[in-house]
Design a protein around this ligand. Structure first.
Ligand code: 13P
Length: 305
């Protein structure tokens, strides 16, 4: 994931990281990215893995689709918090792991994150961590100012942990906001964080954040945007619409509709955050796993498996 996000950081655009829990979602997300010539990140969290996307079944699916893809695909463990989950993901072939110790005091967050970095980096796997805390929209959007990322702490955190990407709390929250509510983001804080850190920054809670907020966040230095709730809605809405049109629609038709719904949603989102046309690729999948980066002289290693 590091090479994807470093490029996005250098070129000032955002890359979608979509929580994808089955083959239809993984395929929708990757084919959307291919059609938009965009890098993409497939991710799943420990809860999603435990409930549905069992690693022994889903990893071969992601691996197959990522390796066939004509764009770089990274595979991220989202919100890992236990060491055993991190190790399992590293062993399974994820290309990035997130360690979320953001609910812990600073020193403990640094300690846990550093441990994960020490395990992941020697394997060529990058690490995302979170400082400040992105709450749940269901908890009245979960925000208080002291949960926002502090700039001086962020400097210390990155220096001591050596993380590759940092999730920052600037006003978004996970899940569904109350109807009609659009979060107010702290763009001044984002500007200070970017100015200080000069590294890939991550926005969690990419659903319902509003187009204008997303565009401004990307312009202000956000390079990875996590999206789960709205991608799930896109799948569900497509199935609901199909059933309304044709109550006899069978299970396969519903799966096909869900996949198409997610794909359209991802393609549209990619345009908002500007990752479309960031990757050009000069031929069929190459064994050398080298990819041409538009506008760059040097190819970077394929960040997929
Ligand atoms: P949303 O469900 O609000 O899109 O948040 C997703 C997320 O941040 C996953 O880490």
């Amino acid at each position: 994931m590091k090479s994807i996000l470093d490029h996005a950081n250098e070129r000032i655009y955002g890359v979608m990281a979509v929580n994808s829990i089955n083959i239809e979602m993984v395929r929708a997300v990757i084919t959307a990215a291919e059609e938009e010539r965009s890098p993409i990140i497939v991710q799943m969290g420990p809860g999603q893995i435990a409930k549905h996307a069992h690693l022994d079944e889903i990893v071969p699916v992601v691996r197959e689709l990522a390796n066939k893809a004509t764009v770089p695909v990274a595979y991220n463990l989202d919100h890992g918090s236990k060491l055993e989950d991190e190790i399992r993901a590293i062993q399974a072939g994820f290309t990035n792991v997130m360690i979320d110790a953001s609910s812990l005091p600073l020193e403990e967050n640094i300690k846990e994150t550093s441990t994960v970095v020490s395990l992941a980096h020697p394997m060529g796997i990058s690490v995302e961590a979170e400082l400040g805390h992105v709450g749940q929209a269901a908890d009245g959007d979960g925000r208080t100012d002291d949960m926002y990322t502090d700039v001086a702490q962020a400097r210390e955190f990155v220096d001591r942990t050596k993380v590759d990407a940092l999730a920052v709390a600037i006003g978004t929250a996970h899940g569904n906001y109350p109807k009609g509510y659009v979060p107010i983001l702290d763009f001044n804080r984002l500007a200070e964080l970017k100015d200080e850190l000069q590294m890939p920054l991550v926005l969690h809670g990419g659903s319902g954040s509003g187009e204008e907020n997303l565009r401004k966040a990307v312009a202000g230095g956000i390079n990875k945007i996590n999206v789960c709730t709205d991608a799930f809605h896109a799948a569900k809405d497509a199935m609901t619409d199909l059933l309304a049109d044709d109550p006899k629609a069978d299970f396969m038709a519903l799966q096909i509709a869900a996949e198409a719904g997610v794909k359209k949603f991802v393609k549209d989102y990619i345009h908002i955050i500007g990752s479309n046309d960031q990757y050009v690729y000069g031929g069929a999948y190459s064994d050398s796993k080298e990819w041409a980066l538009q506008g760059c002289d040097t190819a970077v290693p394929h960040p997929s498996f």
